[in-house]
Design a protein around this ligand. Structure first.
Ligand code: IPM
Ligand code: MG
Length: 366
């Protein structure tokens, strides 16, 4: 199959990790007889520097016209003083909205090889960590009115949070469908003891539940959920939640699996053209030093193959190669065990070498 992939290398470690993922995709294409072509797209800080805009319209057009988008990471201290609407992150938000990708899927799954890297106690980790956060991605407080006004001689900042029934319903359906394909347990997370938008969220979820009698729906307040994720993560199968709660909980969930550097994500809307990105940021402090972990991006490319290109075998091959490399003891700095004895059994490698090892194993896993 021929597929056109829009590639956003972005800022910080973005270019390094995306470079490794593209080489993995090239090898997969050769092994399975596909052709992937890449269309480079400027977004984020680098686009501000080059075009004075974090996402120029023609860049968004390229993404929308592609078969899918692979993104590294955007942002960094260099653009900290740029005004709100021109910030690198704004490019990402405009991309998500412009592509209409309302459903962000963030798996929190522990790799058995990395159990020792989890900050949770072994007794909790042993019970298993394998859940998915379905995060609403193009609504809520991220997309409400943002303004700072002067009132009574001081500044006042306003961020508006709205959700309509239809916005909640479409993400709710993804939550139920995802749970249906797994262990049929959906936890809807909100703050209905305080927020109107959460009360509507809860109401819509329960109405939808009537259409999915095979799925068990539970409700959880977001603060309690943050606690339960570290106390007893094995209770979760699928969590569905609004944009900002999903942002926060997915960072927490990633950390208990060992490292945020391992976690991929997919964002989809009503077409098969998706946006695939690791959930970590641009880590400007380690950019250019070859110590970043490219696995989150490589696994995001695997998700692209599976969810947008209908290539499950190819995706599986990448996942198995990653697992084999971890079995062989190769670790980037972020996933090195903290225990000295455990660390001696591992080989610390950089970003490029990690990409290379994964590519070497692709052939064996096919
Ligand atoms: C994420 C990031 C983004 C978000 C930022 C960079 C705007 O934290 O993808 O989780 O908040 O959605
Ligand atoms: Mg985040």
């Amino acid at each position: 199959m021929d597929k056109k992939i829009a590639v956003i290398r972005g800022d910080g470690i973005g270019p390094e990790i995306v470079g490794e993922a593209l080489q993995v995709l090239d090898d997969v294409a050769k092994l399975y007889g596909h052709e992937f072509t890449y269309d480079d797209v400027d977004m984020g800080g680098c686009a501000i520097d080059k075009w004075g805009d974090p996402l120029p319209q023609e860049m968004l057009d390229k993404c929308v016209a592609s078969d899918s988008v692979l993104l590294g990471a955007v942002g960094g201290p260099k653009w900290n003083d740029v005004p709100g609407p021109m910030r690198p992150e704004k490019g990402l938000l405009r991309l998500r909205a412009g592509m209409g990708v309302y459903s962000n899927n963030r798996p929190a799954k522990i790799w058995p090889q990395l159990a020792a890297a989890s900050p949770l106690s072994p007794a909790i980790v042993e019970k298993g960590i394998d859940f998915i956060i379905v995060r609403e991605l193009i609504g809520g407080i991220y997309f409400g009115k943002h303004e700072t006004v002067e009132e009574n001689g001081e500044l006042k900042a306003i961020d508006e949070l709205t959700y309509t029934e239809s916005e909640i319903e479409r993400i709710g359906r993804i939550g139920f469908e995802t749970a249906r394909k797994r262990n049929k347990q959906l936890c809807s997370v909100e703050k209905s003891n305080v927020l109107d938008s959460s009360r509507l969220w809860k109401k819509v979820m329960h109405k939808l539940a009537e259409e999915y009698p095979d799925v068990i729906l539970t409700d959880m307040l977001v603060d309690n959920c943050a606690m339960q994720i570290v106390k007893n993560p094995s209770q979760f199968d699928v969590i569905v939640t609004e944009n900002m709660f999903g942002d926060i909980l997915s960072d927490e969930a990633s950390m208990i699996t060992g490292s945020i550097g391992m976690i991929p994500s997919s964002s989809l809307g009503s077409s098969s053209c998706g946006l695939y990105e690791p959930i970590h940021g641009s880590a400007p402090d380690i950019a250019g030093t070859d110590i970043a972990n490219p696995i989150g991006t490589i696994l995001s490319a695997a998700m692209m193959l599976k969810y947008s290109f209908d290539m499950p075998k190819e995706a599986d091959c990448i996942e198995k190669a990653v697992s084999a490399v971890l079995d062989a003891g190769y670790r980037t700095a972020d996933i090195m065990p903290t225990d000295v004895e455990e660390a001696q059994k591992c080989v610390k490698i950089g970003c490029k070498e990690m990409g290379k090892q994964i590519r070497l194993h692709l052939r064996k896993e096919k």
